[in-house]
Design a protein around this ligand. Structure first.
Ligand SMILES: [Zn+2]
Length: 135
């Protein structure tokens, strides 16, 4: 997954609800230093670059892509890292992107919820596409 910055913060895990210290991996801005950051810190940008290449977004404000894995339940969540006028102001759950590790009892097993015509619906609404169906 390449390089990322890490924000240390306290968050309740969206998957198990446990609150605790987490490390949020940030996949935007200047990641070359793999900076360790906290909420309230200023966020690093790549000088003289467009925002999609890690440069400073307009007014230094963006909702950047974040990702975490919970130490307690071992499941992952996608987050939005809120940066306002270059300062990290908070981290919220991204409701549009469910984690890649599905729910289910067995660790590492994919739980199939429902088989549709061309798709297999996994736990938490994760859709696996292109699965040929045996009829
Ligand atoms: Zn958890």
């Amino acid at each position: 997954m390449g390089t990322y910055n890490i924000i240390h913060t306290e968050l309740s895990c969206p998957r198990c609800g446990e609150c605790g210290q987490v490390e949020v991996n940030c996949y935007f801005g200047d990641r070359s230093e793999m900076s360790r950051l906290r909420i309230g810190d200023s966020y690093p940008w790549v000088p003289e670059r467009q925002p999609q290449n890690g440069g400073r977004p307009e007014q230094g404000s963006t909702d950047g892509e974040g990702y975490m894995e919970c130490e307690r339940c071992g499941k992952d969540s996608f987050l939005r890292v809120l940066v306002r006028e270059d300062l990290i102001t908070g981290v919220v759950v991204d409701p549009t992107k469910p984690g890649m590790i599905p729910d289910g009892e067995e660790c590492g097993m994919v739980r199939i919820v429902e088989v549709l015509d061309h798709f297999v619906l996994l736990g938490k609404g994760v859709v696996l596409t292109g699965v040929p169906l045996q009829k």
